[in-house]
Design a protein around this ligand. Structure first.
Ligand code: GLA
Length: 367
C-alpha cells in the first residue's frame, strides 16, 4: 500500500491512502483510494468508473456503518449493470431513441436500454479508468479524477475533458465537483449513481426512510421512462415529498406513474434559491439509526430511484445481497432526454465554455 498524506498501513484520520484494487479485463491496474476525515468518517473511491465503493458514517451513537451499495472487488465493478456508486456520463439518464440533433446533424448513440440510450451508452464513464490524483484541500481530503472522452466516443461529438473532484470534508460531507470542456459543441450531463441505505448497506429495504424533496413539479414519463415533456404539479400525488414522508408510504398505490416506474424512477424539478449556489435538494432520515443525508446541488433536477431493478442476484460487499428497493438513489442532474426536449434547460456545452456543477452529500444525525 502506498500512503499519501498521513503515515500508516491503515487509514489515519485526515488522510488519504491508495491500494491496488485489481485489473480491468484488458489488464490495466485499478486502484482504491481511502479518504478519512478527522472524525473517522471514511470514503473509499476507485478510479474505475470513479465509483464510491464505501462510505462509512456515524449513527446517533457514533457507530460507523457503510451506507452505500457496492462490491469488494474490481471485478464486481467491471461486471456491474446497476451503476453502483459510479460517475455517469457523458449523458446521465435517458436519451429517447438513442439519438438527437445538434446543429442540424443527427448524433446516433447505442441503444442500451430498449430503444433508448441510458447513462452514456455501452461503455459509459462508469466503465472508464480515470487518472487519479490526491489533493489536500483546506476543508478535507480530495481525490481528483480526470478522463478524456474522445470525439465520437459512444456517438457523442467533441473531445470532452472531464474532471471530477471528490472531497471528504471534516464536517462529514462528500462533495463532488464536476468540470468539463469540449472542442466541439456537445451535450453533457454528469452525475453520481450512489445507492444509499442509511441503516447500512445490505440491511434490508429503504421503505421506512423518511424523505423530503424540494420539488413542486416532476417530469412524468412514458412506458420507456422517457419524459413526456409535461412538468406536472406534485400536489395531491405520491410525488409530493415537500413534507417529509416515508419512501414506502405510497409506493405501491395505483398511481399510473409509479406503475410505469415500478416504484419511483423519476426526475424531480428542484426549487432553487440561486442558479450559481448549491441549494438543498433533498433530505433523508433513517429513523432507527438517526442517520441523516442532505443532498445539496447546483443542478436543476434530481432522479429519485428506489432500486426497482435490483434483483438480489449480485454479490455485494461482505457477501451482502441487494434485493429490490434495498437502496435509493438521488442522482442530481439535468432532466432526462433534454437533448430532444427544447423546453427543458439546455445541456449543450460549447467550445470556450466550462461545464461546472457541484453536488454535496452531507451526513449528520437526528436524536
Ligand atoms: C437510473 C435509471 C433507472 C435505472 C438505474 C440503473 O436511475 O433511471 O431506470 O436504469 O439508473 O439501473
Amino acid at each position: 500500500m502506498t500512503t499519501l498524506g498521513a503515515i500508516g498501513a491503515t487509514p489515519q484520520p485526515g488522510s488519504a491512502t491508495k491500494k491496488a484494487f485489481g485489473n480491468t479485463p484488458e489488464g490495466q491496474p485499478i486502484d482504491l483510494y481511502v479518504l478519512t476525515n478527522r472524525g473517522g468518517t471514511e470514503a473509499a473511491i476507485t478510479n474505475y468508473g470513479g465509483a464510491v465503493v464505501s462510505l462509512k458514517v456515524p449513527d446517533r451513537n457514533g457507530k460507523l456503518a457503510d451506507v452505500v451499495l457496492g462490491y469488494d472487488t474490481a471485478d464486481g465493478y467491471v461486471n456491474d449493470k446497476s451503476y453502483f456508486g459510479a460517475i455517469v456520463g457523458r449523458y446521465g439518464n435517458r436519451i429517447a431513441h438513442a439519438q438527437f440533433v445538434l446543429d442540424g446533424k443527427t448524433c446516433t448513440l447505442a441503444k442500451n436500454n430498449g430503444e433508448n440510450s441510458l447513462h452514456g451508452g455501452i461503455k459509459g464513464f462508469n466503465k472508464a479508468v480515470w487518472t487519479a490524483k490526491v489533493l489536500s484541500t483546506k476543508d478535507g481530503q480530495s481525490l481528483e479524477l480526470s478522463y478524456l472522452s474522445k470525439d465520437g466516443e459512444e456517438g457523442f461529438p467533441g473531445n470532452l475533458k472531464v474532471s471530477v473532484i471528490y472531497t471528504l470534508t471534516d464536517a462529514n460531507a462528500l462533495r463532488i465537483e464536476y468540470s468539463a470542456t469540449t472542442d466541439k459543441r456537445t451535450v453533457v450531463n454528469l452525475t453520481n449513481h450512489s445507492y444509499f441505505n442509511l441503516a447500512e448497506q445490505g440491511s434490508g429495504d429503504i421503505l421506512g426512510h423518511q424523505l423530503m424533496i424540494q420539488a413542486d413539479k416532476f417530469t412524468p414519463v412514458d412506458a420507456s421512462l422517457i419524459p413526456t415533456g409535461e412538468l406536472r404539479d406534485v400536489t395531491g400525488t405520491p410525488f409530493d415529498f415537500r413534507k417529509s414522508t416515508a419512501i414506502g408510504a405510497r409506493i405501491d398505490g395505483d398511481d399510473e406513474q409509479l406503475k410505469l416506474g415500478g416504484g419511483y424512477d423519476h426526475n424531480f424539478i428542484l426549487r432553487r434559491s440561486s442558479d450559481l449556489r448549491a441549494s438543498l435538494a433533498a433530505r433523508v432520515v433513517e429513523p432507527t439509526t438517526g442517520r441523516v443525508l442532505e443532498v445539496w446541488t447546483t443542478e436543476p433536477g434530481v432522479q429519485f430511484y428506489t432500486g426497482n431493478f435490483l434483483d438480489g442476484k449480485a454479490t455485494g460487499k461482505g457477501g451482502a445481497t441487494y434485493p429490490r428497493r434495498s437502496a435509493f438513489c438521488l442522482e442530481t442532474q439535468h432532466y432526462p432526454d433534454s437533448p430532444n426536449q427544447p423546453k427543458f434547460p439546455s445541456v449543450v456545452l460549447k467550445p470556450g465554455e466550462r461545464y461546472h456543477t457541484i453536488t454535496t452529500y452531507r451526513f449528520s444525525v437526528e436524536k
